[in-house]
Design a protein around this ligand. Structure first.
Ligand code: NAD
Ligand code: DAU
Length: 335
């Protein structure tokens, strides 16, 4: 048996990753999640009665409670997703980002060292590199140049992990991935927000001119990339993960509208502060060392994603709670 401890497993990528590794019958998963606005236990309802799965509603900053969990069971591999993950929210207020992303990561490193885990996978982001002009691509050697409070908190957590590797020979690996999309993504992020607004007949808010470029990766490809790093990657190393699907925001939004068969009402709204112009990922290292590359192109991935949201309007309605309405007003209806 391989015993995983996954943090943030009720969020978007964490829940997709848990579904992926629960597919291996020699695996147990212990999921620690604080259940912030972004955490949704409904995402993992299928494992409610599965003896290989357990869930603890715990804040990763609460070291005592996390220690109790490590004490009660053997943990082989930690996969650390828990984070405040949305750039716009970090611009509204940064403090939770420092608490969870920096303090929470350090606390988890400390407990993982005390209990001698075999591997610690720190799930990070390409945003730590900042923005890059065409035709450049971020490599693992690119300078860290985070621009948003979110990106700065993730870069800080990467540095804490790298320090533990150097100082304590901590068996960690870092993955830095580009923009994910797919089922179960909270509708504050671009793709589900646009789908949700179209389904509700609302206008589509595009920051600035919509010329910013992101490299989109279907969440299943990211999960497989993380798994390839666990099984084939070298301890102490950083691995970029990318989707080979660069596109301007405005073109992506038109694709979504086309797929849903509507003529979109686009609202060009005030630009995001310090809005990164372009992300682009060189993922040759993970390809060579871990034999991984993305499999699901943007056309197929978008079709899957849109039809998932169309078929799961109940899920969407539930997550668009009062918290979502308050956030939406603060973000999009400010004067
Ligand atoms: P998400 O916001 O959907 O989920 C985050 C999860 O973490 C939620 O379930 C939340 O309840 C939990 N959480 C937050 N604070 C916590 C705390 N203090 N203790 C315990 N649990 C806590 O995020 P996501 O999009 O699934 O991202 C997961 C990870 O992947 C993050 O570390 C993010 O930085 C990274 N990442 C995301 C993307 C992307 O495009 N979404 C790309 C690259 C990397
Ligand atoms: O690159 C990886 C990162 O991707 C992850 O680390 C983050 O957790 C994740 O949120 C994502 O960050 P972005 O800021 O790139 O994603 P977001 O979906 O918020 O925005 C994508 C692009 O769309 C960006 O250029 C801003 C723009 N945008 C976004 C929203 C929500 C709009 O134009 N309008 C919007 O309403």
């Amino acid at each position: 048996m391989t015993n995983y401890l996954v943090t943030g497993g009720c969020g978007f990528i964490g829940s997709n990753f848990i579904k992926f590794i629960m597919g291996f019958s020699d695996t147990t998963v212990c999921n620690i999640d604080k259940l912030t606005y972004a955490g949704n236990p409904l995402n993992l309802l299928e494992f409610e009665n599965d003896e290989r799965y357990s869930f603890y509603r715990v804040d990763i900053c609460d070291k005592k409670k996390v220690e109790t969990i490590f004490k009660s069971r053997k943990i082989d591999i930690v996969v650390h997703f828990a984070a405040e993950s949305h750039v716009d929210r970090s611009i509204l207020s940064g403090i939770e980002f420092v608490k969870t992303n920096v303090e929470g990561t350090q606390s988890l490193i400390d407990v993982s060292r005390d209990y001698s885990v075999q591997q610690f996978i720190h799930v990070s982001t390409d945003e730590v590199y900042g923005s890059i002009k065409e035709p450049g691509k971020f490599t693992e050697k690119s300078e860290l140049h985070p621009n948003s409070p979110y990106a700065a908190s993730k870069a800080s957590s990467d540095l804490m992990v790298l320090a533990a590797i150097r100082t304590h020979d901590f068996p960690a690996k870092i993955t830095r991935c580009s923009n994910n999309y797919g089922p179960f993504q909270y509708p504050e992020k671009l793709i589900p927000l646009m789908v949700s607004n179209i389904l509700e007949g609302k206008s589509l808010p595009i920051y600035g001119t919509g010329a910013n470029i992101r490299d989109w990766i279907y969440v299943d490809d990211h999960c497989e990339g993380i798994y390839s790093v666990i099984t084939k990657g070298r301890a102490g190393e950083v691995y970029n993960i990318g989707g080979r699907s660069e596109i301007k925001n405005i073109d992506l939004v038109h694709k979504i509208a086309d797929e849903l068969g509507v003529v979109p009402t686009i609202d060009f709204v005030k630009d995001r502060l310090a809005h990164d112009e372009r992300y682009a990922i060189d993922f040759s290292k993970i390809s060579k060392e871990c034999d991984w590359h993305p499999n699901i192109g943007l056309e197929r991935g978008l079709k899957n994603t849109i039809s998932w949201y169309e078929n799961n309007t109940g899920w969407l309605d539930k997550v668009k709670s009062n918290e979502y309405i308050t956030y939406y007003k603060a973000q999009y209806e400010k004067s």
